[in-house]
Design a protein around this ligand. Structure first.
Ligand code: ZN
Length: 149
C-alpha cells in the first residue's frame, strides 16, 4: 500500500514545477513586439498570456496546463471573436431553438467549408478581425436557412 503522506515531495512544489513547465514548453510571442508573453494564472476567466510591454493590449487565454487557447489578439479582435462565437454557437445551441440534430462538430464542418479552410484550421480563437466578420456573415443568415428546422 502506498502511503501518500510519505512522498518525498511537496504538492506545492509539483504545482510550481508544472507552472514552470507550462511556461517553458508553451512559447507564446506577442505578434506586435515579438516578445515572449507572460503567463498570468489568476485571470477572471482562468490563466492567460500578456505581452511584457506595459502598454501592449495583446492577450490570449490559456488552459490550466499553460497551453494557449488561440493566437494572441488585441481588444478589437478579442471582441470580434466573442461576437463571432456568439453567432456560430447559435447554429448548434439547442437552447436557441435550432435543429438539435446539428451538433457542434457538424457546425464546425459547415463553417470551415463556408470559409474555404480545413476543419483543423477552423478555430475562432485563431481568427483575426476580418475572419471573425466573415464568420458572422456566414452564421447570421445560416441560422435561419441551415440550422433552424
Ligand atoms: Zn506586445
Amino acid at each position: 500500500m502506498i502511503d501518500f503522506n510519505d512522498f518525498p515531495f511537496d504538492i506545492d512544489d509539483v504545482v510550481e514545477q508544472q507552472r514552470a513547465n507550462a511556461v517553458k514548453f508553451h512559447h507564446v510571442y506577442c505578434p506586435l513586439h515579438n516578445k515572449r508573453m507572460i503567463l498570468e494564472t489568476d485571470g477572471p476567466h482562468g490563466p492567460y498570456y500578456i505581452c511584457p510591454i506595459f502598454y501592449c493590449d495583446m492577450k490570449i487565454g490559456a488552459h490550466p496546463n499553460g497551453k494557449p487557447k488561440g493566437r494572441p489578439a488585441n481588444y478589437i479582435t478579442r471582441n470580434a471573436r466573442i461576437e463571432a462565437h456568439k453567432w456560430f454557437d447559435r447554429l448548434y445551441n439547442r437552447a436557441s431553438g435550432n435543429d438539435p440534430t446539428l451538433d457542434r462538430d457538424t457546425a464546425y464542418a459547415f463553417l470551415a467549408a463556408a470559409m474555404g479552410i480545413s476543419k483543423r484550421e477552423c478555430h475562432i480563437a485563431n481568427f483575426n478581425k476580418d475572419e471573425c466578420d466573415r464568420v458572422i456573415q456566414i452564421c447570421k443568415p445560416a441560422r435561419s436557412t441551415v440550422a433552424v428546422a
